[in-house]
Design a protein around this ligand. Structure first.
Ligand SMILES: [Fe+2]
Ligand SMILES: [Fe+2]
Length: 283
């Protein structure tokens, strides 16, 4: 049995500034034709500002065009950022998280995928100190122990990458905090985690480290200009995973017609996309 998953990430959708809508519609058309068993959306689903209800509603409605089962996880642009220096001074809060869950559903979940267990986690909670952090951690430890008891491999999906790898690369806002990563490791310590699938960096990059694969899914919407400090591929697209027996393989999906929008051109000099030029798209 093969269980196929498509990971969409960093869709950054908005009806007022619909920069990423055409790319998103192209990917959705491709996915609806290819009919994977599941789509996982790993955060930054709405454009930029976590309290923008209109963008959140637009993004949720657009995901309604998927005709296959899907699950979502929040990104920093959906519920606020983690760490000591959150983006635009907007930290993750319980109010932002609750608003997201009302629209999108649970921000942590488990799905059976043949022999595998897919565990989706809210990466912004780790190290946040919010009440929901302890709740998620206790749930994740239970899910990890259950998978370990059944000797099943685990794939973890989340927004921010747990770490960076390679010479000279340093942890910053591109990854979870060191304390967050330590807390996540503790939760899933019982499990045989073979894959960490994340988004957030807007680059496609993959490696197998200490027996676990790390895959960074690209954004469906935009890239940042210049060479990658991480050696990743700066392009838009999505990732397909094939879970077969106890193994997993992945490949980049890049349906024809997708455009590598450059975030600096989209924002046209504004500090963030929320203040970029209007580009209305009908719902
Ligand atoms: Fe993003
Ligand atoms: Fe992000």
């Amino acid at each position: 049995m093969t269980f196929r998953v498509v990971q969409l990430s960093d869709t950054h959708l908005s009806g007022e500034r619909g920069y990423g809508v055409r790319n998103f519609d192209i990917v959705v058309g491709d996915v609806n034709d290819a009919r994977p068993d599941l789509v996982v959306a790993t955060g930054d689903l709405a454009l930029d500002q976590p309290d923008n209800r209109g963008d959140r509603a637009f993004a949720r409605a657009r995901f309604g065009r998927l005709s296959v089962p899907w699950r979502a996880l929040p990104g920093n642009h959906d519920i606020g950022d983690d760490g000591p220096d959150p983006w635009m001074g907007e930290p993750v809060t319980e109010a932002r998280r609750s608003a997201w869950c009302e629209t999108w559903g649970p921000d942590w979940w488990a799905v059976d995928a043949g022999q595998w267990v897919l565990i989706g986690l809210n990466s912004l909670l780790f190290g946040s100190g919010l009440a929901a952090e302890a709740e998620q951690s206790s749930w994740a430890a239970g899910a990890a122990a259950a998978a370990a008891g059944e000797r099943r491999p685990v794939a973890v999906f989340l927004h921010k990458p747990p770490w960076v790898w390679g010479g000279g690369e340093e942890r910053d806002q591109k990854t979870m905090t060191a304390a967050g990563w330590a807390a996540l490791q503790e939760c899933v310590a019982a499990a045989d985690v073979r894959l960490f699938a994340s988004g957030h960096v807007h680059q496609f990059r993959a490696a197998v480290l200490d027996g676990a694969a790390s895959v960074w899914a690209p954004s469906t919407c935009f890239i940042s200009p210049g060479p990658s400090a991480f050696g990743g591929a700066k392009l838009v697209g999505a990732v397909e995973y094939r879970f077969e027996g106890r193994s997993v393989a992945w490949r980049l999906l890049r349906p024809a017609g997708m455009v590598d929008h450059d975030v600096e051109q989209l924002s046209a000099g504004a500090e963030s996309l929320r203040d970029g030029p209007r580009y209305p798209v009908s719902p």
